[in-house]
Design a protein around this ligand. Structure first.
Ligand code: NI
Length: 206
């Protein structure tokens, strides 16, 4: 082997390793962009907590009502022009993708607009996406308390015609069977991608 050939070999091997390293770096960076990762660290461990809310059938429910199920928790409101419908569509798709395994999951839609979202309003709204999605409302204080636990931002803003919109953060929280935080992902994530995240936890005991 000539010196040049050896040099070429060493160089191309180095390029391969470097290339592999760069690919790994890109993959890691991609993973970091994913909103899931940001809050999936220790910071997320304290997310969520006890709540008392009113279900669309008028019954009072608490976090205890859903013990033994994985929770998919999403905050929004029925008058939301686009983000909430997109997210609820994605959640509905995830439920379909899960098939019979969807029984292990309780998808909760908690309003950040309790003034307009009465139990009846939120009930008929979620039903349009999937009958399994649970619509939850409550008093202003109950909503404020649960939003604080999930560190959900929401702020009513005036809209045309004396109406108002509610700015709100749009993340879906996956909680374990004891109500402890597992993962958070963007509401824009497709149903199939949501299922990829949820499935391992359906199989696990916690
Ligand atoms: Ni919304």
């Amino acid at each position: 082997m000539t010196a040049i050939r050896r040099l070429l070999l060493v160089t191309s091997a180095a390029a391969l390793i470097l290339g592999g390293g760069m690919l790994a770096a890109v993959l890691i960076e991609r993973e970091n962009i994913h909103p899931a990762t940001a809050a999936n660290s220790a910071a997320g461990a304290s997310l969520g907590g006890p709540f008392t809310l009113i279900r669309s059938d008028g019954k009072t429910v608490t976090d205890q009502t859903y013990r033994g199920k994985l929770l998919l928790v999403y905050f929004g409101y029925t008058y939301c022009p686009d983000v909430c419908p997109t997210t609820l569509n994605n959640v509905a798709q995830a439920l379909i993708q899960l098939g019979p395994e969807a029984k292990a999951v309780a998808p909760l839609f908690i309003t950040v607009d309790p003034k307009r979202d009465t139990p009846q309003v939120i009930g008929s709204y979620v039903k349009a996406f999937d009958r399994r999605i649970v619509g939850l409302t409550g008093s202003e204080a109950q909503i404020a308390a649960v939003a604080k636990e999930y560190r959900v931002y929401y702020q009513p803003t005036p809209a045309q015609g004396g109406d108002y919109l509610v700015d709100h953060s749009s993340l879906v929280y996956l909680m374990d069977r004891n109500g402890k935080f597992l993962k958070v992902f963007s509401g824009g994530l497709s149903g199939i991608e949501m299922v990829d995240t949820i499935k391992p936890f359906i199989a696990s005991a916690s």
